[in-house]
Design a protein around this ligand. Structure first.
Ligand SMILES: [Zn+2]
Length: 354
């Protein structure tokens, strides 16, 4: 192994420690008002692989009394899909955090894993008595590992693997949510059969990454959010979704380094944000963070210089929402910001995700 490889294989926790310092020391530039794609090489070796994620979850499960690790099904290629559960009292309000419906959007998974570790420490002492937390940290493990039945030769990332939006059958898992459960792709079917059907879920945040060039008011966004927009969503469910968004918006804006826009998303029930709200009355929020972990279009993928603050943005999102649900303050969240929150636009004119 040469020196370069050793440097690139630095552990994620080590990288996060370095990134945390840089976030504090350069709050505004961290968001990256510079050239869109010029954020360093696109390097996947710092990301958890599916196997290292499973090891991590098993280690936390062994350490944490309150945590239960469950397998909810298998991907097309047969990988077990994991759910980390914290259910202290079935009567508590329950929130689900879902990451990587799209396999090339992995920093939210890295943040979710770090958050799981926090739940086993004093950082979140007392919270678990008043809120139930479900985390699915990598729904589309085949896409995340590039183990798919189509070519990824034109994808850009270095680091031993490619990551793709689609599942192994080249299906977009976030367009499956209006189907009968029996007709869904394996990964979404597992989500419906063994999570949505099995637990009474009050809130869900569906975590994604978009391109790097979205902006509002002339400033690149660190992320964009959206509540359900399908006309069949119950008014109360929508109102509580907006409150969930309010907690996230204000916690990120208060950090000083975050800049949040409104996502310009579709109203179809085939999208998770809408489908779960219509079918199960779950108050949902889409969070689209900046920059994908791999893509064939350069402006979509984010170099590793910005990884630290995007992981931090995920942790802040998860931490602030479980606290607001646990202490009931989410009930009083001010939703009026939604009326003036600018809808993001793309500098390249071609970016979208969800
Ligand atoms: Zn996505």
């Amino acid at each position: 192994m040469n020196l370069k490889k050793k440097v690139l294989s630095v552990s994620l926790s080590g990288l996060m420690a370095i990134s945390a310092i840089s976030v504090v020391s350069s709050p505004v530039s961290a968001v990256g008002n510079g050239p869109g794609a010029g954020n360093g090489s696109i390097q996947t070796s710092i990301l958890h692989t599916y196997d290292s994620m499973v090891d991590y979850l098993k280690t936390q499960d062994a350490k944490q009394e309150a945590m239960q690790l469950e397998i909810i099904g298998q991907t097309v290629k047969g990988r077990d899909i994991y759910l980390a559960k914290y259910i202290s009292n079935p009567d508590n309000p329950t929130i689900l955090f879902l990451t990587q419906q799209h396999g090339n959007e992995q920093l939210t998974t890295e943040g979710a894993l770090e958050f799981i570790k926090h739940l086993g420490t004093n950082k979140t002492k007392g919270i678990l008595e008043n809120v139930n937390i479900l985390v699915i940290p990598m729904l589309n493990a085949d896409g995340a590992m590039g183990d798919v039945n189509f070519s990824l030769d034109n994808y850009l990332a270095d680091g031993g693997r490619h990551l793709t939006r689609y599942n192994a059958n080249e299906i977009d898992l976030n367009r499956e949510h209006d189907k009968p459960i029996g007709s869904m792709q394996a990964e979404v079917k597992a989500l419906y059969e063994n999570v949505f059907e099995k637990y009474k879920i009050d809130y869900m945040i569906d975590l994604h990454h978009q391109g790097t060039l979205s902006e509002t008011e002339g400033e690149l966004v660190s992320g964009s959010i959206l509540h359900p927009t399908n006309s069949n969503v119950d008014a109360d469910v929508l109102e509580r979704s907006k409150k969930l968004g309010s907690v996230v918006y204000h916690s990120i804006e208060n950090t000083g380094w975050g800049h949040i826009g409104k996502y310009d998303g579709g109203s179809g029930q085939n999208i998770g944000r809408n489908g779960a709200a219509v079918r199960y009355g779950i108050s949902t929020l889409l969070f689209e963070m900046r920059g994908m972990s791999d893509h064939y279009i350069e402006s979509y993928a984010l170099g590793q210089k910005s990884n630290g603050y995007l992981i931090k943005q995920t942790i802040t999102t998860l931490d602030s929402t479980v606290r607001a649900i646990a202490d009931g303050s989410i009930e009083n969240a001010d939703v009026s910001f939604w009326d003036t929150l600018p809808t993001q636009k793309s500098r390249s004119g071609e970016e979208s995700d969800e």
